[in-house]
Ligand binder design. Structure first.
Ligand SMILES: Cc1ncc(C[n+]2csc(CCOP(=O)(O)OP(=O)(O)O)c2C)c(N)n1
Length: 590
């Protein structure tokens, strides 16, 4: 027996002639929304929808862990500018994906999570895998702290409306994930054939008021030491050329957060670099001395703000802060702010640049020479290491081989550890959006998986995951997934036989790396990830001397198969010109 769900709107009699099963209508609706690929993992609660996907034009990429699927959907969203879509089973499937979805949330990545759920007629009776210790059919609540909205579809008739709302919310305002938890009987319910008729509205993003433009341009033009501070919001709004136009019109230097890396070409004469703990001295110095700071699309987060310690990166007041962001909650939270503007970064920067071009500004003195000189001086500290033949390799040499061999428009996807911090500080990024990194949640395990989605979004461009052995080891099943999906990504594993960054921190404060290194019988323990890749049918290359890395990268990028390159590496710390308050907290006992 099938039950035809009642439509939630009154329909003129005789306008509906047929019904169809909800899962097939859902797949067709997602096609109409432009969904090209869904990442996920099966379970008894979602196979009705998988059957529909199999009959649709949408590609389904099955992973071997839901966290991998969530990061891949996240990577796809970052590289395509579209919504990432994730499909999970209920209970453990949904909980496995939490880390990946939370990571996307904290980096403002649009995502829709579709999860199977228990049969709605069994809510509260402890059907198989139900979360019910506090409330019946409660799994969707697990996602509340990091989703823009969590929906459980209690009536089949609500499914079309909820899916439309999910795609609308995920992309609008400050983007983020939305969960739609679908009881398995809802997938199988009949719905009127035209039930999914409402498409999400096209949204005109908020712009900036002309009087605010005039005020801000006036303040910047008359400032003695202004700085523009670009966050990830500049890149997600695809606003690099507007940023460059504003900076050039008023001759204002540009610093950036971790997520803002790549906002200007590396050789742009006004680019200061990243701020904060792993930033550059000139970026921290110019921000701390600034009389005006125009922050755009940023949370002014802890790591990039030297824990907001006014000695190192930002000192407001006396610095006058102007903050433009898509999310009003960000404005004024971390720094006292004089002017806040809720606007789309691209529209706001374009409006500011237009007015700035016709505006006179104070002389900035030899600011460009000063920047060039300071950046050269900092880079000279590791110039020798960029060419080092040492083996196990210096991390800087690994970066230099990567830069020499990956085309400018290729993607560098990092994880956490030396890879993220070193690339953000030292690695030239010239094409906006080609540096992809986990910032807000800083999730170990992001890079190896996210690169899959990046490559699927941009199959013609190179995609390399630069990751540590800790990060790669946390979910090596990505190699099998890449083989099945036919994506020729490259994982370059910086292997220091440790959770190196934390090992170094513990060593610095406690004189030991207990619990942070990989050892077997008291000796460093290295997994042969290259051999493991070959066991999956992929390519695997173990580097045995520094000069082998360049050729190995060339071959990997030319190959049709995915490749793991494992480069044994010294555990050397990334320079830290800024400050991180955690270093004031540790206390060593007897
Ligand atoms: C899921 C998760 N667990 C723990 C951490 C804390 N953490 C930050 S860096 C790091 C070490 C990463 O090790 P590896 O991938 O080998 O890179 P390396 O630091 O050696 O460069 C850890 C464990 C984290 N960020 N994410």
């Amino acid at each position: 027996m099938s039950i035809v769900a009642q439509p939630d709107t009154v329909r003129p009699a005789g306008t509906v002639t047929s019904t169809r099963i909800a899962s097939y209508l859902l797949a067709e609706y997602l096609e109409r929304l432009g969904v090209e690929v869904i990442f996920g993992l099966c379970g008894h609660t979602n196979i009705a929808f998988l059957d529909a996907l199999g009959k649709s034009k949408i590609r389904f990429v099955t992973t071997r862990h839901e966290q991998v699927a969530a990061h891949a959907a996240d990577g796809y969203a970052r590289a395509s500018g579209k919504v990432g879509v994730l499909l999970t089973h209920l209970g453990p499937g949904l909980t496995n994906a939490t880390t990946g979805v939370a990571n996307a949330a904290l980096d403002s990545i649009p995502m829709v999570v579709i999860s199977g759920d228990v049969p709605s007629h069994f809510y509260g009776r402890h059907p198989h895998q139900e979360f019910n210790l506090h409330q019946d059919a409660d799994q969707f609540q697990i996602y509340r702290p990091f989703c823009k909205r969590v929906y459980r579809v209690d009536r089949a008739a609500d499914l079309p409306r909820i899916i439309e709302r999910a795609f609308h919310l995920a992309q609008s305002g400050r983007p983020g994930p939305v969960l739609v938890s679908i009881p398995m009987d809802v997938f199988s319910a009949d719905l009127p054939a035209d039930a999914f008729s409402q498409m999400p509205a096209t949204i005109a993003p908020p712009s900036i008021d002309p009087s605010a433009v005039a005020t801000i341009v006036g303040i910047l033009a008359n400032a003695d030491r202004p700085v523009i501070y670009a966050g990830g919001g500049v890149l997600s709004a695809r606003a690099s050329s507007e940023l460059a136009a504003l900076a050039e019109a008023l001759d204002v230097p540009v610093a950036h957060s971790l997520m803002g890396k790549g906002c200007l070409r590396e050789d742009h004469p006004l680019l200061l670099g990243m701020t904060g703990f792993w930033g550059t001295p000139i970026a921290n110095d110019k921000c701390v001395e600034a009389d005006v700071l125009l922050a755009v699309g940023t949370r002014l987060a802890e790591a990039s703000s030297s824990s907001w310690d006014r000695r190192f990166t930002f000192a407001a007041p006396p610095t006058r802060v102007i903050h433009i962001d898509a999310d009003i909650a960000e404005i004024g939270r971390n720094l006292p702010t004089e002017i806040g503007v809720v606007a789309d970064a691209k529209l706001a920067l374009a409006a500011l640049a237009d007015v700035a071009r016709a505006h006179k500004h104070r002389g900035r003195g030899p600011i460009r020479e000063e920047i060039a000189q300071a950046r050269r001086a900092f880079a000279s500290k590791w110039a020798k290491q960029w060419k080092s033949d040492q083996f196990p390799m210096r991390p800087e040499r690994i970066l230099s081989e990567l830069r020499d061999n990956v085309p400018e428009d290729g993607f560098i996807v990092t994880d956490v550890g030396w890879n993220k911090n070193g690339v953000a500080q030292q690695f030239p990024i010239n094409v906006p959006g080609t540096f992809i990194t986990p910032s807000g949640l800083a999730t170990m395990g992001f890079g190896p998986s996210a690169v899959l989605g990046v490559k699927m979004a941009q199959p013609e461009r190179a995609a390399v995951a630069l990751i540590g052995d800790g990060g790669f080891g946390s979910n090596p099943s990505v190699v099998a997934t890449a083989m099945e999906a036919g994506v020729n990504v490259v994982w370059l594993v910086m292997d220091n036989a440790a959770f190196g960054t934390i090992a170094g921190l513990e060593q610095q404060h406690y004189g030991s790396s207990f619990g942070c290194v990989f050892e077997c019988d008291g000796r460093p323990y290295r997994v042969d990830f290259a051999a493991m890749a070959r066991a999956c049918g992929a390519r695997g290359v173990m580097i045995e001397s520094a000069d082998q890395l360049g050729p190995a990268l060339k071959e990997a990028l030319a190959s049709k198969l995915p490749t793991v390159i494992q480069a044994p590496m010294e555990n050397a710390p990334t320079p830290t010109p800024g400050h991180w308050n955690i270093n004031d907290i540790y206390r060593k006992g007897e």
